[in-house]
Design a protein around this ligand. Structure first.
Ligand SMILES: [Fe+2]
Ligand SMILES: [Fe+2]
Length: 206
């Protein structure tokens, strides 16, 4: 039997391709960050890359009906090769915004028209996640280009991303006093995964 894909099947494949590429772009960016001793940016990119893999898996699962087929798609995919970390972060933010504001909302509307309610819901939910990615990349770009990746205009808590050491001050230490890893491992604790930013802010106030 010949399988005729709907436009939503093709959009799911476009999304799978886009997420797969985003994952690779971010692992490539992570390697560049590491080369520049910006380990915290390496972590941000790897963390986000893993979420893109998860998005790709969700879209791929929704192509179950097309299993065994080859889907032919056209699509636009970004090329952003930049030696500067700030340029890579800006491009990442721009691409995430495009997914969040344009691409996935359009795919969701098409899925509505195709009667694919699960795909429509997933496109809408993942669009919201991509908006968070855009915001996070933008925030780190602002800190990086403002020379504020490891310093803050107010006292805050910094966490060594290697050993978890917490340091309170306007600057991350040059070297972690516990594990001796360099400053590039430090992150504002409120940005750290699995931590409660409010708790750390209260600790500073105490
Ligand atoms: Fe994604
Ligand atoms: Fe994303």
């Amino acid at each position: 039997m010949i399988f005729t894909p709907t436009e939503t099947h093709l959009n799911l494949m476009r999304a799978f391709a886009g997420e797969s590429q985003a994952r690779n772009r971010y692992t490539i960016a992570a390697k560049k960050a590491k080369e520049k001793n910006l380990y915290v940016l390496e972590e941000v990119f790897l963390y986000t890359a893993d979420q893109e893999r998860a998005h790709a898996a969700v879209f791929y699962d929704l192509l179950q009906e097309a299993s065994g087929q080859t889907l032919t798609i056209d699509g636009g995919f970004p090329v952003d090769i930049d030696p500067a970390m700030s340029g890579i972060l800006q491009a990442a933010q721009r691409n995430e915004r495009a997914e969040a504001n344009d691409v996935y909302p359009a795919f969701a509307a098409q899925a509505d028209r195709d009667g694919n309610t699960r795909a429509a819901a997933v496109f809408r939910e993942i669009a919201k996640i991509e908006a968070v990615h855009a915001e996070r990349f933008g925030q780190f770009e602002t800190w990086l280009s403002g020379d504020a990746l490891f310093s803050n205009n107010a006292v805050c808590v910094w966490m060594c991303q290697n050993c978890g050491h917490l340091h309170t001050g306007t600057k991350a230490p040059n070297v972690c006093p516990v594990c001796l890893h360099e400053q590039g491992y430090f992150l504002r604790a409120e940005m750290a995964a699995y931590t409660n930013g409010v708790t750390y802010r209260q600790q500073v106030m105490a």
